[in-house]
Ligand binder design. Structure first.
Ligand SMILES: [Zn+2]
Length: 343
């Protein structure tokens, strides 16, 4: 009988090495999938779970999956492939690791380590379930012109008691894991939740998982308007739009403009901050859409739009810029103008 568990416990970095891959010390590599020509390292190893995921083509799995996909083998042949190369090491997980470390010759490249900070969809899902939207958050969002349907569709949540959430999170997940996904800020009196009490929470959903959560202050004009995860770069917002049937997609600045665009019947993704760059994986997924970049009407917004169109053009994607309609500074201002004209 074949012990699949033992095969899947072979250190995945060693399997990558046997597949001829070059894995950086942060666990990143160019995607080895035969169908995916990956110019940037979109492929990532997770040592904790001994799995891989490619953020560009979406392939993921364990050791056996990796061999099947890269070598185009069926299950039986993939098991043989692993057996030929790692047969003597196929033992329960801990023993495999210890043996691999002992047996590693000095000349072998370093085993990849897991990146220090990494999205944790399980923790982000727990957070969003724990933090439903409250009356204050709903009335704020309605004041920005958003309907109940949009608020529900984007699964917007809200922090109630920052300290209580942090205690519950620590009881459920260990602190190191919370730190790795950026949920922890460190202050003079110790660690605390990255989002202050009462902040809105916007989950960044992508292909069935939450990759990021951004917090927003309910009070406009306050010094601290947004709260981000520690040390994790935010991906684009609403990436699930890239799986839609729409022919045209808008690229907006930030979460609020994406919600406004969708409220106005458009399909949109958002980049955070006017200096944001587009991840290579997102550029690949934009192919086939008519891309329209809607920057804010101010100089910074227009500079953002022009720079983005140029960058997309260098990757073979034709994009146009468009100003927010009717002299509005951004799409949310336009949405609010429309709402007040109707009433
Ligand atoms: Zn890939």
């Amino acid at each position: 009988m074949t012990n699949f568990e033992a095969l899947n416990a072979i250190p995945i970095a060693s399997v990558c090495a046997a597949l001829g891959m070059k894995v950086a010390t942060n666990g990143r590599a160019r995607c080895p999938m035969p169908e995916h020509e990956d110019r940037d390292p979109s492929f990532s190893l997770r040592q904790a779970t001994n799995t891989f995921k490619c953020f560009a083509c979406g392939e993921w799995g364990g050791v056996i999956d990796l061999v099947m996909k890269v070598e185009r083998l069926d299950l039986v042949r993939a098991v043989c492939w692993l057996g030929e190369r790692f047969g003597s090491e196929v033992r329960p997980r801990q023993a495999v690791r210890a043996a691999a470390i002992r047996a590693r010759p000095l000349t072998q490249p370093k085993i990849a380590v897991e990146p220090a900070y990494f999205p944790d969809t399980e923790i982000f899902s727990w957070l969003m379930t724990r933090c439903p939207l409250r009356a204050s958050g709903r009335s704020y969002l309605e004041g920005r012109g958003f309907s109940g349907a949009i608020i529900a569709r984007f699964e917007i949540g809200q922090v109630d008691d920052r300290a209580a959430i942090f205690r519950e999170a620590c009881a459920r997940f260990d602190l190191a894991r919370l730190e790795r996904c950026g949920l922890v800020s460190t202050g003079r009196y110790g660690p605390f939740l990255a989002y202050p009490s009462d902040f809105l929470l916007f989950p960044f959903m992508d292909q069935g998982g939450i990759r990021y959560v951004q917090g927003r202050n309910l009070k406009d004009g306050k010094a601290r308007r947004w709260a981000n995860l520690s040390k994790l770069a935010p991906p684009a917002y609403n990436l699930d739009a890239l799986t839609s049937d729409a022919s045209t997609i808008l690229i907006c600045e930030g979460v609020t403009d994406v919600l406004s665009a969708v409220e106005l019947g458009q399909t949109a993704i958002g980049l955070l901050g006017a200096n944001s760059k587009v991840e290579p994986s997102v550029i690949a997924r934009l192919k086939g859409f008519n891309v329209i970049v809607v920057g804010d009407a101010d100089d910074a917004g227009q500079a953002f739009a022009r720079a983005l169109v140029a960058r997309l053009g260098s990757h073979g994607i034709t994009a146009m810029t468009r100003r927010p309609p009717d002299g509005a500074n951004d799409l949310n201002a336009y949405l609010l103008q429309r709402r007040s004209n109707v009433q």
